[in-house]
Design a protein around this ligand. Structure first.
Ligand code: FES
Length: 193
C-alpha cells in the first residue's frame, strides 16, 4: 500500500473546456454565417412580398388565457407569447432596477396600451436552453416568469433575468399589433387601413 494522500474535497467547478469553447464559437460563427447569408438574399429580393410574408407570422392572442403563455416558432426560434395577469404586470413594474442583472424597465419591454402581452424569444441567454414556465403548473422560479432547467437562471414576469448565470434578459423580437387580439411577429410596423 502506498502512502499517497487522497483528496476528498469536492471536484472543482467544471471550467469551460477548449472543446466547449470551440463548440460555442462554431455555433456563433454558424449563426453569423446564416445572418450574412440571409441578409443579401432578402435584400436582393428588394424585398418581395412573399419574402416579407415568410419572415413574419401572425398570432391570434384571443385563445391565450391570462396567466399563461404559448410558444410559436418564428424563423426557427421559439417565441413565448404571454398573457400577463394584473399581478404579474405589477410585479414586473415594481422590480427595483438597481437589483436587475440587465436593467431594463418593464415599460421598455412591452408595447404601450398592450402591457398584458409580453412577447419574448424563449431561449435562455446563458447557453440557449428553453426555459419552463409557460404553464402555471410548470416551474417558473421565485420571480414568477420562467426558470431555465439547464443551470438555474430565473426570469421575471417581464422576461428579465433575475438570477444567473444568464447575463441578459430574454430578447424581444420585432412585432406589431395588427389589432388588439392579433400580433405580427417579424415586423415593427403594420399598415392599417
Ligand atoms: S442555458 Fe439557461 S442557465 Fe444555462
Amino acid at each position: 500500500m502506498t502512502n499517497q494522500s487522497i483528496d476528498y474535497s469536492p471536484p472543482p467547478q467544471k471550467e469551460p473546456t477548449r472543446r466547449d469553447f470551440l463548440l460555442l464559437t462554431t455555433g456563433a460563427l454558424g449563426a453569423a454565417g446564416a445572418a450574412c447569408f440571409a441578409w443579401p438574399f432578402i435584400d436582393s429580393m428588394n424585398p418581395a412580398a412573399d419574402v416579407l410574408a415568410q419572415s413574419s407570422i401572425d398570432v391570434d392572442l384571443s385563445p391565450i388565457p391570462a396567466g399563461q403563455a404559448i410558444t410559436v416558432v418564428w424563423r426557427g426560434k421559439p417565441i413565448f407569447v404571454r398573457h400577463r395577469t394584473p399581478e404579474e404586470i405589477k410585479a414586473a413594474e415594481q422590480a427595483p432596477l438597481n437589483e436587475l442583472i440587465d436593467p431594463e424597465t418593464d415599460q421598455a419591454r412591452v408595447q404601450k396600451g398592450h402591457d398584458q402581452w409580453l412577447i419574448v424569444v424563449g431561449i435562455c441567454t446563458h447557453l440557449g436552453c428553453i426555459p419552463t414556465g409557460n404553464k402555471p403548473t410548470q416551474n417558473r422560479g421565485k420571480y414568477g416568469g420562467w426558470a431555465c432547467p439547464c443551470h438555474g437562471s430565473l426570469y421575471d414576469t417581464s422576461g428579465r433575468v433575475r438570477r444567473g448565470p444568464a447575463p441578459l434578459n430574454l430578447a424581444i423580437p420585432p412585432y406589431a399589433f395588427v389589432k388588439p387580439t392579433l400580433i405580427r411577429i417579424g415586423t415593427k410596423e403594420v399598415a392599417h387601413g
